[in-house]
Design a protein around this ligand. Structure first.
Ligand SMILES: C[C@H](O)CC(=O)SCCNC(=O)CCNC(=O)[C@H](O)C(C)(C)COP(=O)(O)OP(=O)(O)OC[C@H]1O[C@@H](n2cnc3c(N)ncnc32)[C@H](O)[C@@H]1OP(=O)(O)O
Length: 727
């Protein structure tokens, strides 16, 4: 068979097997859809065909419509690239045909893939096959009839849940719900599907057109209640995204006016949403995340992966216990080392508590939690390190301590062992200075809580070997993180880029803007919380340490804010002691604390940055920009210094490390959607207007150049030079 295409093979039993092939996931590219129409038409025409089995090559049914097409449309705006599948193929050619179709589903049927399967008259699946409609996570709604057929097959509540959460189910659950008619082994899949198709053709089994079914749909009033509460939930969980409400509207159309009306409305809304900025952002994030796996001079060298079976974690504090938990959950044996038995017990207890909380929240079974805990061993010395494949050091940020640990590791670990540090501030070259193993030293920068947050920054120096980076990337994937390879600099990619985030907020407060207004506006922009609430949550110790670090590294642009010192002096310590900018009480949401106002006034007096000593008047939009454009400015420096391989890596890092709203596509993508010229001129204006903090706002050279040339910030720095970390 050709590498990409659709084939038809007619057996002596009169069943035509139509097979889609487009590796790796049989995405439904326009050429595949055109070929499907053609092969189906042939099957309908041929007298020797009684029934059809639709399947996918290579152990997968289909990963859905080809997302590359969305990306092309986002670039050129040409919506005519979307083929008519919903009515022309699924309704007219497949579902309303004179010959029945059975979907033989293996591996996965997602999005358009599942929608084709639902247009068939029955579905036979192999065990553990993923079935889902994840379109909302791409900013669109299902567009091949899924909003209509799924509720008719599994009932409205479950269908709404699957679509709104973009959450797939397994074929076993699909069978219970009625989405799947039978589960058979991969070996029997085609055989059973053929027989099933013949049974339908010869009326030994019912001929089910899912679009016309109503037996799983509840009464109109019940349906309206379900949709009403789903709308309310979506307003809270996805406030800035149009696709959730649109999806519910389209479902309602079908419930009220029938499946075919629903299909027509779906096709119209789908096309509108493809052009939305939300879809542009989310599709960008989809490809950006996958691009992080491709690191020039690392993943393209043909290196073989080293098997990493046993990992040692040094330090059982918050980070160490979180990292150990993440490893154990992926079945990797962990040696946890502490300096005394009291700390070791504490570390082991934290890991146990992490596992227990996953069980309580229904994310892990008790059995799996026990199994994970059983492959953890606590130690107080290095004798067990002789056969570990990787060490992750997660002790306090103290240079002599880290240096002596790495010195010890060099002696105690086997020569292939990766020596990783979870430092978030110290230069890796300094940590490894006293060893001869610089090629094995790498940063494994997890975000807290390490067993929950999805980002792993892999920090390389000029000496870190490609093999070590590759192996750590593989471990990152094994423990379900998204590894992003970054260069060695203060704050690495995420903390470095976002250091102006809190600083900008402090400057605004210093200029007279209400801190709670700033937080409200930044939350409405889409960050999970504003910068002041984040500071309360992270703890003031972190704020002070990080502030100092950046002030030393970037004295030209760091704002030395006395605000946190003043808060600490007044007995506040954020969430830790229940009192910060907000008050924190168990079981209730943080509340703005009006008694913090005099402290902020004292801060304004001390920092003395208000022009003419008077609070500034500023619009809501400008507040958001004054917090986020300095972040873009720092992102430009990160790009210019090639701390990241490509701009989209910084987008992913900002989404996964800082919870920057994914529907805005990440920090650089968002900045490009606004335009470098506007960002440059705004920063320049603030730098001139607010003289005492002019260094903070001053646009960097990279931004200035891009603005002058009208070039996107995401355009590659220079394609002619191979990437090397610049320190
Ligand atoms: C009209 C319709 O209703 C609209 C739609 O159908 S929209 C599409 C709906 N489908 C989806 O959202 C599924 C998206 N894909 C995925 O979730 C995952 O890729 C998957 C679960 C299918 C496979 O995951 P995994 O095995 O980890 O492999 P993953 O690295 O993600 O993908 C493998 C490759 O397939 C590509 N791919 C996956 N799904 C694709 C799709 N639908 N279109 C185009 N490419 C796709 C990926 O980009 C990646 O390419 P690369 O190797 O060049 O980077």
């Amino acid at each position: 068979m050709a590498k990409v295409g659709v084939t038809i093979e007619v057996g002596s039993d009169g069943v035509a097997i139509i097979t889609m092939r487009n590796p790796p996931v049989n995405a439904l590219a326009p050429s595949i859809i055109a070929a499907l129409k053609e092969k189906y038409t042939e099957a309908m025409r041929r007298n020797d065909v009684k029934a059809i089995v639709l399947t996918g090559e290579g152990g997968k049914f289909s990963g859905g419509f080809d997302i590359n097409v969305f990306q092309t449309i986002h670039k050129n705006g040409d919506i005519s690239l979307l083929p008519d599948v919903s009515v022309e193929l699924v309704v007219n050619i497949m579902e309303d045909a004179k010959k029945p179709s059975v979907a033989a589903v293996q591996g996965l049927a997602l999005g358009g893939g599942l929608e084709l399967a639902m247009g068939c008259h029955a579905r036979i699946a192999t065990p553990k096959t993923q079935l889902g409609l994840p379109e909302l996570s791409l900013g669109v709604i299902p567009g091949f009839g899924g909003t209509q057929r799924l509720p008719r097959l599994v009932g409205l509540p479950k269908a709404v849940e699957m679509m709104l959460l973009s959450k797939p189910i397994m074929s076993e659950e699909g069978k219970k719900l009625g989405l799947v008619d039978a589960i058979v082994s991969p070996k029997d899949l085609l055989k059973v599907s053929r027989l099933w198709a013949l049974d339908i053709a010869e009326r030994r089994r019912p001929w089910m057109n899912s679009l016309h079914r109503t037996d799983k749909l509840c009464s109109l009033s019940e349906a309206r209640e379900i949709l009403k509460s789903a709308r309310k939930r979506a307003r809270q969980t996805a406030p800035n995204m149009p696709q959730h409400q649109a999806c519910l509207d389209v479902i309602e159309e079908g419930v009220v006016f029938g499946g075919y009306s629903g299909v027509l409305k779906e096709a119209k809304v789908f096309k509108e949403l493809v052009l939305s900025s939300t879809s542009k952002g989310l599709v960008h994030v989809f490809f950006a995340q996958r691009a992080t796996s491709k690191v020039p001079n690392v993943t393209d060298l043909g290196l073989k992966l080293t098997s990493i079976k046993k990992v040692a974690v040094i330090g059982g504090g918050l980070m160490g216990s979180g990292i150990a938990t993440a490893l154990l959950l992926s079945n990797i044996s962990v040696i946890l080392k502490e300096i005394n038995s009291e700390y070791l017990q504490k570390g082991m207890k934290s890991i146990e508590a992490n596992l227990r909380s996953l069980v309580t929240r229904g994310k892990l079974t008790q059995d799996k939690a026990e199994k994970a805990f059983s492959i953890l061993k606590g130690v107080l010395d290095y004798s067990e390190f002789k056969n570990v494949d990787m060490v992750i050091e997660a002790v306090i940020e103290n240079i002599p301590l880290k240096q002596s640990i790495f010195n010890e590791l060099e002696k105690s670990c086997p020569p292939h062992c990766i020596l990783a540090t979870n430092t978030s501030t110290i230069d890796l070259n300094i940590i490894g200075e006293k060893t001869r193993s610089q090629d094995r030293i790498v940063g494994a920068h997890f975000f807290s809580p390490a067993h929950v947050m999805p980002l792993l920054e892999i920090v390389r120096t000029e000496k870190t070997s490609a093999q070590v980076i590759l192996d750590l990337m593989a471990v990152g994937k094994m423990i379900k993180k998204v590894p992003v390879v970054v260069g060695n600099c203060t704050g690495f990619a995420v903390n470095r880029t976002f250091f102006p985030y809190t600083q900008g907020a402090h400057i605004l407060a210093g200029l007279g803007v209400d801190v709670f207004r700033i937080d409200r506006l930044i939350s409405s922009f889409g960050m999970p919380m504003g910068p002041f609430q984040l500071q309360d949550l992270a703890g003031y110790g972190v704020a002070l340490a990080v502030g100092k670090e950046f002030a030393t590294s970037f004295p030209d642009r760091a704002f030395k804010s006395p605000l946190v010192d003043l808060l600490v002096k007044s007995g506040r310590n954020g969430k830790n002691n229940g009192k910060g900018y907000y008050t924190f009480e168990k079981g209730s949401k943080p509340k703005p604390d009006p008694s913090v106002v005099p402290i902020i006034e004292e801060f304004r007096r001390l920092s003395n940055i208000m022009p003419g000593g008077k609070p500034i008047t500023v619009s809501d939009q400008e507040i958001v920009e004054m917090v986020l454009f300095p972040v873009v400015n720092e992102a430009c420096r990160v790009l210019d210094e090639r701390v990241v391989v490509r701009a989209s890596d910084l987008d992913i890092a900002s989404v996964l490390g800082m919870s920057f709203p994914s529907y805005r596509g990440g920090i650089v993508f968002w900045a490009d959607s606004i335009g470098s010229g506007y960002i440059y001129s705004s920063l320049k204006k603030w730098s001139e207007t607010y003289g005492s903090v002019s260094g903070f706002f001053k646009p960097c050279r990279f931004l200035e150049e891009r603005a002058a040339k009208g070039m996107p910030l995401s355009a590659p720095v220079s394609s002619s030079q191979p990437w090397r970390p610049r320190l």
